[in-house]
Structures are given as C-alpha cells and as structure tokens.
Design a protein around this ligand. Structure first.
Ligand code: G6P
Length: 606
C-alpha cells in the first residue's frame, strides 16, 4: 500500500525523508512526492515513477528544510499521473496532506467543496482532506480544531499526515484502520507507515491505535483520542530489528537476499520461545472448530497448514482465503481462527479476524511485524522473527511460517497422543536439519536452476503440479512465477490434471512437477502417474525430485535432483527451488524483481 514518511528536526530533514520513503517503496511505487516547509511556506514536489528517479529528476535533496512529509503511492483512486500523486495542497496552499487508505465518502464531500468554490486538481479521494482542512480552519482559526472537524466528516480508512504554514514547526497525523507510527528521537520526531520509515535513526516507536491523532514537533509529541480530544498515554515500543537487515548487503536484489536468508530465518523460527507456541497449541486443542486464514502467499501458507495438520495431528482444519472468510465460515465462541500474515496489516485478513472476534471466536496469528495491527488484535500472536522482508514477493517469511505451523502441528499431535514422543523428536530433528539442507541446496543448485530458468524463460505457460502437501507448494511456487516474472503459471493437484487440464498439453504448455521422496510411497507413485499422463501426450515435464541419478531417467524432459532429505521437510526444500526458478526466470526476462508491476507488499485496503 502507500508509504508515508514525515520528519521534523533540528537540522535539514530532506535526506531523511528520501531514505524514509525509499525504505517504504515496497508499499507502493507508482509515483511519489514530498511537501517541505520553507520560510513558512509549503513547497510541494511530486511526480510519477520511483523514489530515486523522482529525487534525482527534481533535485529534491537540495531543497533544505527542517520539516516535511513524503509519500510513495500505490494507486487505488485515480490513475497514475502527476496530478494524482501525493501530497495534495489546499486551494490556498496552507495545508499539504499525504494519505494511505480510502476516504469512502469523498464524492459527496468533493461535490460540496466544489460548489463552495474549492479548486480540485486531481481525481483522488485524498484531495478532499486538504480542502476540508482549509475550510474548517477558516471557521475556527485553529489547526488542531480544523483537523478534528475534518476527521469527524470523513468516512473510510486512513493513515494521514499533514503540515500547515499556520503552524510551520509541527506535523499532524491520525489513523483509522491503516497503520501509522511515530519515531521518537532526540530533537527529531518521525511519522511513518511502518518502522522502516525511521529505523536508521531511532528504535523508539509509538504505535498509533485506531481513533488516535498525534502532533509532533522537534522536541515533543502528543497523542490524543479523536473522539474525546484527551491525551492518551502511549508506551514506547523498542524496535528489535536491526536496520542493517533492511539493506541489500551485496545481493543484486532483496528477493535473492531474502531467499538466501532462509537458513537463518528457519533457525530463528525453531528457536522461538516454546511457551508462546504451546499457548497456541492449547487454543487449537480446546477449540471445537478451527480455521486457517491468509491471502496471497499466506493463503498458501494456510493451505499448507491444512495438509500438515491433518497429516500430523490427524484432524482436519479448513483453510480459507481471508477475503472469502465471512461468506464461508460460521464461527462462535467455540471456534479458533488462526491466520498467517507477513505484514500483520493486510485488510482482508484483519477484517476476517475482526469479524471472527465479533462472533466471540478466539483468534491467533503468526506474524512477522511486531506491533502490527494483527499482532495487537489477536488473543495470541507468534512473532516469527524473520526480520524485515523488503521484496514485495514473500519468500523467507512464508517459509518460516510453514516451519512454525509444522511445529505447531507436531505439538498438537503430541498433545493429542496421536504421535509418540519418539516420533515427535524425529520430526523435530528433521526440522533442525532443514537450515543446513537449504544452505546446501542454495550453494549447490542455484547455478543449475539459473541455467534451467534461462533456457526456458521464453515459455509463457506453466503448470505447477503437486499432490498432497506438495499441492500448496505448487500453488505458492506458481504464484512466485506470476508475481515476479509475469508468466502464466497455474498450480494444481496432480490428480486433478486428468479431469480437464490435460486437454491443454501441447508444445506451448510446460509442466513442473514437485515429486515427493520415494519413501512417501503412495504420494510418490501417484505423482509419477501424473507425469506419465503428460509424457504420454508428448508434454514437457521438469521434475524436481529426490530420486537418485539414473532412476526414472526417461520420465522427465528436464530434472533437478535434490539430495535425500527427511520426507517431512521435502516440500519445504522444493519450495526454495520454486522461488529460485521464478527469480532467475524474472532475471532472464529483465523484470523489476523487488517491485513487480501493479503489486504492493502490504495491501491495507479492501
Ligand atoms: C499482498 C502481497 C502478497 C502477500 C499478501 C498477504 O497481496 O502482494 O505478496 O502475500 O498481500 O500479505 P500478508 O502481509 O498478510 O502476508
């Protein structure tokens, strides 16, 4: 979604604002802009394109100022044009606003304001905010009062910040259902959509709650309730992330860096405080019905959980895409709704959880971002400790969530006595071996995958096939291909192929098959049947498998042989191959790897 960054300090903040929105670019990157206070007048610069390009083109760093707000956009209302880029200024030029979210009643507000003579320059919902501030200021001659009045007439969701030439040393901001937080430094204060806006400068954050607004100046800040206008005492949250982890560190792209960080993030997941996991397992064991939720990648994480829980704990838990939850699920106080979310801010998942909570259900989550809306909403949260994930395409966060969910399934199975302590320990040992296995695969197979991806990069249609727990892996690997390479890739259960899709097999349709280890006999053999079905129609099959060289040699058109690994972790190892295959295909196709077109990492609108 859009990124907001603002700073007020003792010295020039232009460069800090640049770093701030640069670090938030993964939230949106259609266009960007900045409003700076110069000699008590507001100066706005904005343009389409990425942050670096914008700053260079308009020489923004040279515009010195001690207070400003900046924005990087992911368009929802209004096309990607310079006019529709934030910040927006009021007709009289005394207010400049940036906003994330959707002002749902902006049309009637705009029509009324137009009749009153306000001059609109964009097609966005946000612009009404600037004009409303001007209008209400004229009545009260008080910026704070004008702000409260503006907030009282707008509907929808927002995180917003503005500066005003009437109070040229203060930043005003507020939030409802879109994330916003303050960074508290000595003689400098920040506002940002998330920690990345200021992590290089302070690790002290104040997380705003819905219905709160804040006023920041160089030396002070105050948080108040929009409703009562009374001051709210807020705790300081210490950011545990290291700002260095947010840097590319020698890798050409964040995506590759984050894929390579997976051995570490899996180790972090396995080292999580056991009591936190046990508390969630307890919730599962007490609930009469439980659901797994997520959207996009995290829906596939939820789907993986469905398989691993029914396999290990011998209990079926449905997985539902968060956006479909209300249409499908019937929850009450005996239900548990467990979601996975990297950002902890995704609107669809947050709405589903709020709905479940309103029905009395217990809610829990695995989340990567501490202090995020979901982390604070749920009854129990597991903070997965994967560190910042900057690339829009999720890799390390998703894999770590899968590891954590495997652990939860094992713990539930042990609690229910459907597995013995010995089996539990064997599974745990398999998980403990996973970081080293993945490290080996990254070291030894990346070159081969790169060559394979280059060779087939012109292929425009891929079927990704897997059976059982390999099906969500196929779905997630296919999503990587779609997101980063813009290549059509369809994930499908192997057994489903013969019921229709087989008709498509020809020279232009390529298949990737995630083959389980032979020890997983039933799944392995049924997967081979799917491959035979394609090969019998002269279709192309890339087999990703664990069978020793030479065995089933003629089965595949191309093969990628993996070392023997414990069957429990085999699907997770294969997902890494899927990630790399998508990455290298995108490299061959010269795609915008970390910021694919039309996407945003954290989708905080409906
Ligand atoms: C967006 C992103 C996806 C992500 C999904 C869920 O659609 O583009 O990459 O998987 O949101 O995000 P979450 O932060 O809730 O895991």
């Amino acid at each position: 979604m859009c990124g907001i960054s603002g700073a007020v300090g003792l010295n020039n903040i232009s460069e800090l604002l640049f770093e701030g929105i640069k670090n938030l670019e993964y939230r949106g990157y259609d266009s960007c802009g900045v409003a700076l206070m110069k000699n008590n007048r507001i100066l706005v610069k904005k343009d389409i394109g990425g942050v670096e390009e914008f700053y260079r083109k308009h020489n923004v760093i040279q515009l010195k100022s001690k207070i400003g707000i900046a924005h990087t956009r992911w368009a929802t209302h209004g096309k990607v044009t310079q006019e529709n880029t934030h910040p927006f200024i009021s007709s009289d030029g005394n207010f400049a606003v940036v906003h994330n979210g959707i002002i749902s009643n902006y049309r009637p507000l705009r029509d009324k304001l137009k009749k009153e003579g306000f001059n609109f320059r964009s097609g966005t919902d946000t612009e009404v905010l600037a004009h409303l501030l001007e209008k209400f200021y004229k009545c009260s001659r008080n910026v704070e009062k004008a702000f409260i009045k503006t907030l009282s007439v707008i509907e929808g969701t927002f995180a917003l910040a503005f500066i005003s030439s009437y109070l040229p040393e203060q930043i005003f901001c507020a939030k409802r259902e879109s994330p916003l937080m303050l960074g508290i430094g000595d003689e400098i204060k920040f506002v940002g959509s998330d920690f990345n806006a200021f992590i290089d400068h302070t690790k002290n954050a104040v997380i705003l709650d819905d219905g709160e607004y804040a006023i920041l100046s160089r030396d002070a800040y105050v948080v108040k309730s929009i409703l009562s206008e009374e001051e709210v005492t807020k705790p300081i949250t210490k950011i545990e992330w290291d700002s260095e982890t947010s840097k590319k560190g020698g890798y050409p792209h964040y995506m590759l860096k984050e894929i390579y960080e997976q051995p570490q993030t899996i180790s972090n997941a396995l080292d999580l405080e056991p009591s936190g996991l046990d508390g969630v397992v307890d919730m599962f064991s007490k609930a009469r019905n439980s659901y797994f939720l997520g959207v996009g990648t995290t829906y596939y994480v939820a789907k993986y959980a469905k398989y691993i829980f029914s396999q290990l704990s011998q209990e079926f838990f449905p997985s539902i895409s968060s956006d479909e939850f209300q249409a499908l699920a019937n929850v009450d106080k005996h239900s548990l709704v467990f979601c996975a979310s990297q950002s902890g801010e995704t609107f669809d998942t947050l709405s589903a959880l709020k709905h479940a909570k309103s029905k009395g259900a217990r809610i829990a989550a695995v989340v990567n971002v501490m202090g995020s809306s979901i982390a604070r909403l749920v009854d129990k949260v597991i903070i997965q400790g994967s560190g910042p994930e900057i690339c829009v395409i999720s890799t390390k966060a998703a894999l770590s969530q899968m590891v954590i969910l495997t652990l939860l399934a094992m713990k539930l199975a042990l609690k229910k006595k459907v597995i013995t302590r010995k089996t539990y320990n064997q599974h745990l040992q398999a998980l403990r071996e996973l970081p080293e296995i993945i490290q080996g695969v990254l070291n030894e197979r990346s070159g081969f995958i790169h060559r394979l991806a280059s060779k087939y990069s012109a292929s425009r249609n891929w079927l990704y096939l897997g059976r059982g727990v390999y099906y969500p892996i196929a779905l997630e690997a296919a999503l990587k291909m779609k997101e980063v390479a813009y290549v059509h890739a369809e994930g499908m259960p192997g057994g489903f192929l013969k019921h229709g899709t087989l008709a498509m097999i020809d020279d232009d349709v390529f298949s990737i098959v995630f083959v389980p280890p032979p020890e997983d006999k039933v799944l392995y053999e049924s997967t081979l049947h799917s491959i035979e079905e394609i090969r019998a129609r002269s279709g192309f099959v890339l087999g990703i498998h664990f069978t020793p060289q030479g065995k089933n040699q003629d089965l595949y058109s191309e093969e990628l042989i993996l070392p023997k690994v414990p069957p429990l972790v085999a699907p997770l190892v294969q997902l890494v191959i899927g990630q790399l295959f998508a990455y290298f295909t995108a490299i061959s196709l010269k795609r915008n790897i970390d910021k694919p077109r039309f996407l945003a990492k954290s989708v905080t609108v409906a």
